[in-house]
Design a binder for this molecule. Structure first.
Ligand code: NA7
Length: 291
C-alpha cells in the first residue's frame, strides 16, 4: 500500500480520500479550510498543517481542488507541494483544470518528480462507492505506478500521455453542459405547448439525454438542487471548452450556448447549487425573449 498526501477535501475529495484510507493506503490530508479534515482523521488519516508537510515521506500527492488557480496555489504557493517534492515522488492531479494547466505545472516541478493527470467523471455518489471513471494521462511507466493507488476510486482509462486525461475530461464535460441545457430547453418547450411536466419527464427518460433526465428528475420535480456537482464548476469546465475552441479557431456553438445558460444561472445565485439548477433559469420567464 502507498503513503499518500491528499490535498483538497471538497465534495469529491472527501469521499475519495476516505476510500483510499479504507483501501489500506496511509493517507495524510490537507485542506485550506482545516475543519474539513475532521471526518478524515476520524477515519484514521493524519492531518498536515501545509501541503509541504503532507508530502513529506509520501510516495505521491493527489490534488483534488477547484480549478487551475487553486492547483497553482497548492503546488507553488507558500508551503506548497513543490517546496518539498523530491525525486521519485509523484504528483497526481485529479481536478478538472484542462491540459494546458497540467503541462504548465508539470514543466515547473523539481527534477525527477513526475506528474500524472487523472480527472474523473462522476459525482459524489460515484466517488463514495468507488465507481468513478478516471481518465489518466501518463507515460506507460507512470500509469503502472498510479494504477494500484487509484483503483479503489473507480475504473482507470489510460487515454494517452501527460495532459491527455485532462483533455479527455474537457471533452466529456462538453457533453454534460449540452445535455443539461438540452434538458432545460426541452422542458421549456413542453411548458409552452401546455404539456404535463410529468409526461414530458417520462418521455424524455427515453431519449438521447435519458441519463441526465433520470439523474436530475428528482431535483426538477422537487425544485431543490443540492450540489452533487456545483454549477460553478460546470461553468468553469464549459469556459475551458469555449476557451480551447477559441484558441483552435473552432466553432463549438452548443458548448457556447450551454456555457451562457450556466453563466446566467450563476449570476442568478445558483453557483453553489447542483449544475442542474440551470434548468429553472431556462424554463423561467427570464428564459424568454419578447415576441
Ligand atoms: P469543491 O467541493 O468546491 O471543493 C474544492 C476544493 O478545492 C476544496 O477542498 C477547496 O478548499 C479547495 N480549494 C479551492 N481553492 C483553493 C485554493 N486557492 N487553495 C487551496 N485549496 C483550494 O469541488 P469538488 O470537490 O466538487 O470538485 C473538485 C474538482 O473535481 C474540480 O476541479 C471539479 O471540477 C472536479 P476549501 O474547502 O474551500 O478551503
Amino acid at each position: 500500500m502507498a503513503k499518500l498526501a491528499f490535498i483538497g477535501l471538497g465534495l469529491m475529495g472527501t469521499p475519495m480520500a476516505t476510500r483510499l484510507l479504507e483501501a489500506g493506503h496511509d493517507v495524510t490530508v490537507w485542506n485550506r479550510t482545516a475543519a474539513k479534515t475532521k471526518p478524515l482523521t476520524d477515519h484514521g488519516a493524519t492531518a498536515a498543517s501545509t501541503p509541504m508537510e503532507a508530502i513529506a515521506g509520501a510516495d505521491a500527492a493527489i490534488t483534488m481542488v477547484t480549478n487551475a488557480d487553486a492547483l497553482e496555489q497548492v503546488v507553488f504557493g507558500e508551503n506548497g507541494l513543490a517546496a518539498a517534492l523530491a525525486p521519485g515522488q509523484l504528483l497526481i492531479d485529479m481536478s478538472t483544470v484542462g491540459p494546458d494547466a497540467v503541462r504548465s505545472v508539470a514543466s515547473r516541478l523539481p527534477a525527477g518528480v513526475a506528474m500524472v493527470d487523472a480527472p474523473v467523471r462522476g459525482s459524489v455518489p460515484q466517488a463514495t462507492t468507488g465507481r468513478l471513471a478516471i481518465y489518466v494521462g501518463a507515460d506507460p511507466s507512470e500509469f503502472q505506478r498510479v494504477e494500484p493507488i487509484l483503483t479503489p476510486l473507480g475504473t482507470l482509462h489510460h487515454v494517452g500521455g501527460l495532459g491527455a486525461g485532462a483533455a479527455t475530461k474537457v471533452v466529456v464535460n462538453s457533453t454534460l453542459g449540452a445535455a443539461i441545457a438540452a434538458f432545460g430547453e426541452a422542458l421549456a418547450l413542453g411548458d409552452d405547448f401546455g404539456l404535463e411536466r410529468s409526461v414530458v419527464l417520462d418521455v424524455l427518460s427515453d431519449t438521447p439525454i435519458a441519463g441526465t433526465v433520470v439523474a436530475k428528475r428528482a431535483n426538477v420535480e422537487s425544485g431543490t438542487y443540492p450540489a452533487n456537482f456545483k454549477l460553478s464548476l460546470a461553468l468553469k469546465d464549459l469556459n475551458l471548452v469555449v476557451e480551447i475552441a477559441e484558441q483552435n479557431g473552432r466553432r463549438l456553438e452548443v458548448a457556447a450556448a450551454s456555457r451562457d445558460w450556466l453563466e446566467e444561472a450563476a449570476v442568478a445565485g445558483a453557483a453553489d447549487l447542483d449544475y442542474s439548477a440551470v434548468i429553472p433559469t431556462i424554463t423561467s420567464d427570464g428564459g424568454r425573449r419578447p415576441v
